[in-house]
Write a protein that binds this ligand. Sequence first.
Ligand code: NAD
Ligand code: IPM
Ligand code: MN
Length: 375
Amino acid sequence: MSAFTIALLDGDGIGPEIMSEAVKILRLAESRNSGNSSNCLELELQHGAFGASAWFCHGDPFPEATRELCDRAGAILKGPIGLDHERTEQIPVDMRPERGALLPLRQRFDTFANFRPVRLAGGLRHFSPLKPAVIGAGIDIMLIRELVGGLYFGAKETGRRADGRRYVRESLEYDDAQIERIARVAFETARSRKGVLHNIHKSNVLKSSVLWNEVLGEVGREFADVELRHVLVDAAATYLCLDPGQFDVMVMENMFGDILSDQAGGILGSLGLMPSACLGPDKAYYEPSHGSAPDIAGRNVANPYSMIGSVAMLLEQSLGLKAEADHVWRAMRAVFDQGYVTADLARQGSKARTIGTSAFGDLVAEHYATAPGPA
Ligand code: NAD
Ligand code: IPM
Ligand code: MN
């Protein structure tokens, strides 16, 4: 079997620190699965410049060499990109890493289906700011965000009107095919879980949501076994705090998904607990849902869970190694169960020992190394 190439885009801020921990886990997955020649996993891990660091070094946040690497790769693992507000302003608007690298990456590989798991085991409910009674047995939501449409990619125009006023116009655009494909992914996910799909929309105001709901209803007819429930996005934000247990699979357009997924990180207790997978028709890329955390970058304090969780999603979705992925999730859980936390999860009055980024990665690797080997 030839080597499977993974493009590693370290990104900015805490990106390189959490990527190092992800690489430890990938190398371990490789060595655990290199045993027999008929099914031998060989990984070629290649770093590519991406984000603000690429702009400062190469004058391009998504250099041609990185684009070629991503084209060649079987999957892409990406760290967060971006800088703090002041440093961002040093970069021309269209070269800033969000507009100049991340959105083009999503567009290039048409990664329309963004899975953002929102999970907190009942035993870890003390991480959450919500009361234990609200969390109950734990939180387990699959938030599915449409990732290549809507306001992010619609027509944009800025200018000055005849009366001298500056104006901006950005349009929220979807066609039925774009909605249909994400709806299908969402219904299938709901079918494989509890058979309930929450559709998050704003059809009381937005025409885009009217079409969105119409298409969801049409696709829903093929999924008679899945119950479709409609919730307005503003109310959904409240329900996420008051009663997250009512949700299992949620689907929504791009911008709603951006905002609600950060809120979901909040109810878990940290954005550091939010990995994600971004799936397209031919390629997938994996990234934490959060940003580059400039406030804590370079101090070995970031939580690498989101990045290692993204590796677990890669192992399952791109390499078909579901059992290995489960071992990685369990290994991270074991580290918490041993009483270790990273600084973002340290809580006053708790006896948990706070450890750094690399120590967390080492402990996860230790647990993963002792998991039962592949059959
Ligand atoms: P952020 O997500 O970087 O940080 C918000 C808060 O969460 C900060 O307090 C940060 O310290 C904390 N946090 C985030 N990840 C953490 C982790 N793994 N461990 C511990 N704490 C963590 O949001 P921001 O500060 O608004 O944005 C910073 C930059 O990141 C911006 O330039 C933004 O555009 C960019 N961004 C990039 C991505 C991406 O690459 N997908 C996602 C979101 C934001
Ligand atoms: C995310 C981020 C990005 C988004 C930014 C950095 C462009 O916030 O992945 O959630 O808004 O999609
Ligand atoms: Mn976001």
